[in-house]
Write a protein of this length. Structure first.
Length: 109
């Protein structure tokens, strides 16, 4: 394998949220409610992440990555389903909403 290809693969792996890394690089900001903030703080979502606590005990996690689909799957994780907000980027919010619309079609009559 060429050194150039190895470098490209390494870069993609460093920036990807999981195994998928074909998407554009985005800056993600997630807000976890106080109820699940301790649990979320134990998770390394991405190696570029930073986190802070709001005055009301919410946890704010920020990172840059590729792999939007896998971020959506993580947001749907049962430990914090309904206790997390996507603050940025708006494109991820839109993609999340589209994912939910497609999922609703499984139960539509």
């Amino acid at each position: 394998m060429s050194q150039n290809l190895i470098g490209i693969l390494r870069l993609g792996g460093d920036e990807s949220f999981g195994v998928l890394h074909g998407d554009d690089l985005i800056k993600v900001k997630l807000r976890f409610s106080k109820k699940v903030s301790d649990r979320a703080k134990q998770i390394i979502f991405h190696k570029s992440q930073s986190y802070s606590n709001s005055r009301n005990g919410e946890l704010i996690v920020e990172f840059s990555c590729r792999g939007h689909r896998e971020i959506i799957w993580e947001i749907l994780q049962p430990d914090w389903l309904g206790e997390i907000k996507i603050e940025a980027p708006s494109a991820l919010k839109d993609e999340y909403n589209e994912y939910l619309e497609r999922a609703r079609s499984a139960i539509s009559t």
